[in-house]
Design a protein around this ligand. Sequence first.
Ligand SMILES: [Zn+2]
Ligand SMILES: [Zn+2]
Length: 390
Amino acid sequence: MMKNIIEAIKISENDFINIRHQIHQHPELGFDEKNTSDLVAQKLSQWGYEVHRGLAKTGVVGTLKVGNSDKRIGIRADIDALPIVETSGKPWTSKIQGKFHGCGHDGHTTILLCAAKYLAQTRNFDGTLHVIFQPAEELLYGGKVMIDDGLFELFPCDIIFGIHNMPGLKAGEFYFKEGAMMASSDTIHIEVSGIGAHGAMPDKGIDATIVACYIGTALQSIVSRNVSPSQAAVVTIGSIQSGDAPNVVNASALMKLSVRALNNEVRELLLNRIKALVIAQAESFGAKAVITHVNGSPVLVNGKEATDFAIEVAKELVGANKVHVNTPPLMGSEDFAFMLEKIPNGCYMMIGNGDEPGFCNVHNPGYDFNDNCIVPAAAYWAAITERYLR
Ligand SMILES: [Zn+2]
Ligand SMILES: [Zn+2]
C-alpha cells in the first residue's frame, strides 16, 4: 500500500519540479511572501481545500475534512527565502537579485503542496488535515506570530509534523531524533557606555572599547566554567562595533551575541550568566551596560510517541535502511520549536539533500534543493496522514 503512494505521487513529479523551480525563481523574504502565498492558496482552493489566509500576514492554512473522525493532523512547511545573492548557476536561478531560496523552503513548500494534491484526490483517510504554510522561518519567529495570531485556536491539531532538507545527508533518506533535536536561539545586544576622550588622554575618559573587550573575554567563561561539560551550549560574539579612529577613547561600544542551547535549563543559565557578567564587568570599569534580548526561540523538542510513529511510517514507506534514528542534534535553530511547545505531540525530521562531492550547505550561495526529494517526502506526508487518520 505504501509503495502505491510513491508510485501515484511519482506520476505528477514533473509538475511539482516545475512548481519548485517557479517558487525558486521568485524568492520572497520573511512576511513578504505575497506571490508564494498566492500560489499556495490558489492551488489548495483548486484542489478543494478550505483556505485561510493572513495568519502572520502571509501564512496560509488549507483544511481538508474527510469522514467523521474528530482526529486532526497538522503538517507545516516554511515558505520564505534569504537575502543572499545566488551563485548556483542553475537554469532556475533566482530572478530577484539579492533574494534566494538558499535553505530549500521552496522544496518544503512544494513537498507539502504535492502531498496536499494527492490527499485531496485520493481522500483515503478519516479526519481533518491542516496543511500549514508558514512565513518568516529565517527570522525564527514566523511560527510564533502564526500561533499568536490564533493558529491552533482556529485549527486545533492533535499531532503536528515538519521537515527540513539537509545537505551532507543521503538524498531522500529520513533522519530522526527523539527529544531535543535543534537548539534554542537567543540574540542579545549589549550597549556599553563609557566617557569619550582624546586617545592621548585616556585617564580623562572611560574606554567603552576596552570594557567591551573584557566583557567578551569574561563571556568565554560561561560555557567553559558554568555549563556542565555534558551539555551543549554556544555563546558567540558575532559583532563588536566601537569607534573609527586610532586617537579616540570611545564613549560607546555595541556587541551582538548569538546564544544556543539544547536544554531549556541551560538556556536560562546562559542568559542569566550573561546578564550578571556583563553588568558586573561594566561596573568594575565605571562604565554602564544595557542588555537587550532582541529575540529568542526555544529548544526544538520532539515528542516520543510522535517520533516513534513517524519512524515507523518512514520505515514502511522507504525501508529501514533509509531511516536513521538517533541522529545527533544540531546547534542550529528552527521556529517550528514554538509549534512543538504548543503541541508537544509532534515531530520534526530531516530528509537528506545529498552528499555527493562538492555539495553545498544550506545558506551557501551555491546551494540548491534536491528535486529528487520531492516524491519521497511528499509520499511520506501522505503516508503519515493516511496512517494517523485511518
Ligand atoms: Zn535557513
Ligand atoms: Zn531552512
